[in-house]
Design a protein around this ligand. Structure first.
Ligand SMILES: Cc1cc2nc3c(=O)[nH]c(=O)nc-3n(C[C@H](O)[C@H](O)[C@H](O)COP(=O)(O)OP(=O)(O)OC[C@H]3O[C@@H](n4cnc5c(N)ncnc54)[C@H](O)[C@@H]3O)c2cc1C
Length: 389
């Protein structure tokens, strides 16, 4: 391969560029990114960046000048890829520019899902990018605000927690009877939902949004049951949509992400996908750790021209809310039993094990980092396939 083009200049794209060089690719490396920024870290955007504890944008950077020199890449930032030809050899960029390439890495991530009906009046935010976080932070300055967060998932919960820490009056509206059930199961979702109440945030569940009220600037959120929640700032945290629209004219299989085999390889052997946009072996993870672990596998397969290795890492994510660190690893399924293995759910932290047929399928910890690390390692070891004799 003489040229490899990475589309998406964020976490997964950067880690893939690093892997390409680490695994010996010494050809032309092009990195195309829609955002004008160099790669930066998103998790702090809903946490320390919003609260001001890590307000310095420089501390979000994922690269430095020395690394960028070492990568010897051609960065095309502020440039959107618009299409990939059916053979996967030509990329069409903004402004009609064409890049001919031998290999393609799709790392275009996901975008915040907007409310049906569009972006809404001023004061209504989503939180995915640095620019989103800057705009939200600006709206949260100058005294206490009434903040309504729509969606009680991880981004919604973290944003609510940060707004509460800043002294704002915060309400979370969640459509399901309980937030986070798909991730944690009902018992543990209930435990995590209680963090809101403990942190001084109102949680309204089983309620959907009928309309956003306000001329020019948002003034209230109207719920379908007729309740009206006064609001100066609204944050919409209702999930993310994988960025695949630009691939519509390609021959790749799309469906809630770019469909790949277990080795991040798409329908075309010289095109791989990594991170939030990739549906790897039937699963699309929106976790920092997946975006950093998949690139090693994807690059190996890309350079080999076929799938020679697979990405079988254990899913892992963390979340920081109301001064507590939540960590989860594994693959839980509905019907798993949950056992508190250490601590208590009433405060002070705990470690919970999800079990099926006597075996642990997943572990969850709140403020128990050490036991969690041990349990996660055990789980990873048990999940590793036995090498063929
Ligand atoms: C606020 C926030 C908090 C988070 N907190 C946590 C956490 O606590 N724990 C955790 O595990 N995970 C967390 N995550 C998730 C984690 O950040 C993501 O899993 C990770 O960013 C995925 O990286 P990615 O490179 O695949 O995608 P992204 O980070 O989404 O990057 C994709 C990049 O591709 C660009 N792009 C899109 N389309 C095009 C195109 N057509 N042409 C060129 N460029 C394009 C985008 O502009 C973007 O820069 C959080 C995410 C957010 C937004």
């Amino acid at each position: 391969m003489k040229t490899v083009t990475v589309v998406g200049a964020s976490l997964a794209g950067l880690y893939t560029a690093r892997e390409l060089r680490a695994q010996g690719f010494d050809g032309r490396l092009v990195i195309v990114g829609e955002e004008p920024h160099r790669p930066y870290d998103r998790p702090p955007l809903s946490k320390e960046f919003l609260t001001g504890d890590r307000a310095d944008e420089g501390r979000l950077a994922l690269t430095d000048a020395e690394e960028e020199t070492g990568l010897a890449a051609q960065w095309l930032l502020g440039t959107r890829a618009r299409g990939l030809d059916p053979r996967g050899r030509t990329l069409l960029l903004d402004g009609g520019r064409i890049v001919s390439t031998d290999g393609v890495v799709i790392a275009t991530g996901a975008s915040a899902r907007p409310l049906p009906g569009g972006t809404g009046p001023a004061g209504v935010h989503t939180l995915r990018t640095l620019d989103d976080a800057r705009a939200l932070r600006a709206d949260l300055t100058g005294g206490p605000r009434r903040v309504v967060v729509i969606g009680g998932g991880f981004i919604g919960a973290e944003t609510a927690s940060s707004c509460a820490a800043l002294g704002h009056d915060v309400t979370v509206v969640e459509a399901a009877p309980l937030p986070l059930v798909p991730h944690l199961g009902p018992e543990m979702a209930g435990v995590c939902a209680a963090l809101h109440t403990r942190g001084g945030t109102r949680l309204i569940t089983g309620a959907s949004v009928a309309a956003l009220r306000g001329e020019g600037h948002v003034r209230a959120v109207e719920l379908s049951d007729g309740r009206v929640l006064p609001a100066d700032v609204v944050v919409v945290g209702i999930g993310a949509v994988p960025n695949t629209a630009w691939l519509a004219g390609s021959t790749l299989a799309l469906g809630d992400g770019v469909l790949c085999d277990d080795g991040c390889v798409t329908a075309l052997p010289q095109v791989v996908a990594v991170g939030d946009v990739a549906r790897v072996g039937g699963v699309r993870a929106e976790h920092w750790t997946s975006a950093t672990e998949q690139p090693a596998v994807a690059v190996r397969n890309l350079l080999a021209g076929r799938t020679v290795t697979t990405a079988r890492s254990l899913p892992y994510f963390w979340s920081d809310q109301y001064g507590s660190r939540i960590q989860f690893a594994g693959r839980r399924r509905d019907g798993d039993t949950v056992r508190i293995a250490e601590g208590t759910i009433d405060g002070g932290g705990f470690l919970a094990r999800y079990e099926r047929d006597g075996a642990t399928t997943a572990v969850l910890a709140v403020d128990r980092p050490r036991p969690f690390l041990k349990a996660r390692r055990e789980l990873a070891r048990a999940a590793r396939p036995t090498p063929a004799l």
